[in-house]
Ligand binder design. Structure first.
Ligand code: APR
Ligand code: PHB
Length: 382
């Protein structure tokens, strides 16, 4: 078997890259370890920056997104029992974000790929990447795939990263996790609410006009079974408490899971014919919802570089790929770290630390400059 570009992983990064290459007339094969239902139902953040929406539109993958996506013009910060609205268009020169679940992006891209793209092989696990050959296992049988280029879009637990020799790794774990729920209840807010409280962080997000997504900061190694539904709603009520006429609507909880928080970057993102994109190369804590947007920005940069190589023979953009991506990645790493440490309560938090957090939150509420800095990073730098 041979593909001009071999793509490992059918998450948003691998699927969008395959789509963009297909549109540019470059053939590829996508190998995915899991089955289709698994990749289409994995819950992840669904906040799309303008650049992400533009990329999906440009490759003809935004038809449903444009019908069902919810445009958000800001977020709400809640602290000291007060709420503060950040108006993104006013603070960023007109930018907004879109809420559209990552599961739906994956479903849309899988459907397009199967209808008109190159091969997308589910339950095909890549096990080794060599110079110009990839080995994978399907139905218990080892197969070989030759390539001109191979792209590791295989997420944090994939194998591609290990094929970059002498990589430098930068990482940080956080002393708390998120307990995330999906509930069949209309969102109790029009915008996402990021809440700082003495009891820890809480986030109110949404998936659709009838499905809410909410998160609670919990200790690492929390067992979701220790959190019956009533305990979750009571804790959310306590953390979102505000001196205003506002009520959190409750409904049946349909999913419950605990996710750890991590910052991670590997450098460089390229070795010879191997390129890394998305979670394979970097992880951010979810507080700024940057993971998906970074993954998409990587593959947009890479698709352009590959297209440039195949049309002009110039390796210039391939050579600058890693540096171009890492510049954006580190900005998002800083922002995600900032949002995380601003809003969460560390296990060893002192009253001094809390005062600093509140001072910074008040600064964002009171100063247009401080608010604009947050809004620009959140809505996405061009
Ligand atoms: N062979 C084939 N596929 C593999 C292998 C392997 N050895 N290892 C992992 N995979 C697959 C996984 O099963 C997964 O479907 O690679 C895919 C990686 O997809 P994602 O984890 O979704 O990563 P990415 O496409 O980079 O998307 C990043 O995911 O975690 C979020 O916040 C992050 O939203 C961002 C997005
Ligand atoms: C989500 O909708 O799951 C979500 C939104 C914003 C975040 C994190 C997660 O910062």
């Amino acid at each position: 078997m041979f593909a001009t570009v071999a793509i490992v992983g059918a998450g948003p990064a691998g699927l969008l890259l395959a789509r963009m290459l297909h549109n540019a007339g470059i053939d590829s094969i996508v190998l995915e370890h899991r089955d289709r239902a698994y990749v289409e139902h994995r819950q992840r953040a669904g906040m799309l920056e303008q650049g992400t929406v533009d990329a999906l539109r440009a490759c003809g993958a935004a038809e449903r997104l444009d019908r069902e996506g919810l445009v958000h013009h800001g977020i709400e910060l809640r602290f000291d029992h007060q709420s503060h609205h950040l108006d993104f268009p006013a603070l960023t020169g007109g930018r907004s974000v879109m809420i559209y679940a990552q599961t739906e992006i994956v479903k849309d891209l899988v459907a397009l790929q199967l209808a008109e793209g190159g091969p997308l092989l589910f339950e095909a696990e890549a096990i080794a990447i060599e110079d110009d050959m990839l080995t994978f296992v399907r139905d218990g049988v080892e197969e070989k795939l030759g390539f001109d280029f191979v792209v590791g879009c295989d997420g944090f637990h994939g194998i591609s990263r290990a094929a970059i020799p002498d990589a430098r790794v930068y990482e940080r774990d956080y002393p708390y996790s998120w307990l995330g729920i999906l509930a069949d209840v209309p969102p109790s807010c029009e915008e996402l609410i990021y809440a700082h409280s003495d009891r820890g962080f809480a986030l109110h997000s949404m998936r659709s006009p009838t499905v809410s997504r909410l998160y609670l900061q919990v200790p690492n190694d929390t067992d979701p079974d220790d959190w019956p539904d009533d305990r979750i709603w009571d804790e959310l009520d306590a953390r979102f408490a505000v001196d205003a006429d506002w009520k959190l609507m409750r409904g049946p909880i349909t999913q419950k899971a605990v996710t750890p928080m991590r910052s991670f970057v590997t450098e460089p993102m390229r070795h010879g014919r191997l390129f890394l994109a998305g979670d394979a190369a970097h992880i951010v804590p979810p507080t700024g919802a940057k993971g998906l947007n970074l993954a998409i920005a990587d593959v947009v940069t890479l698709a352009k570089a590959l297209q440039h190589w195949f049309t002009t023979g110039s390796p210039d953009l391939l050579n600058t790929y890693s540096d171009t991506c890492l510049r954006r990645v580190w900005r998002a790493e800083h922002f995600s770290y900032f949002m995380t440490t601003l809003l969460h309560r560390a296990p060893d938090q002192t009253p001094f630390d809390t005062r600093l957090q509140l001072s910074q939150l008040h600064r964002i509420a009171d100063s247009r400059h401080a608010a604009a800095e947050l809004a620009e990073n959140y809505a996405g730098l061009p």
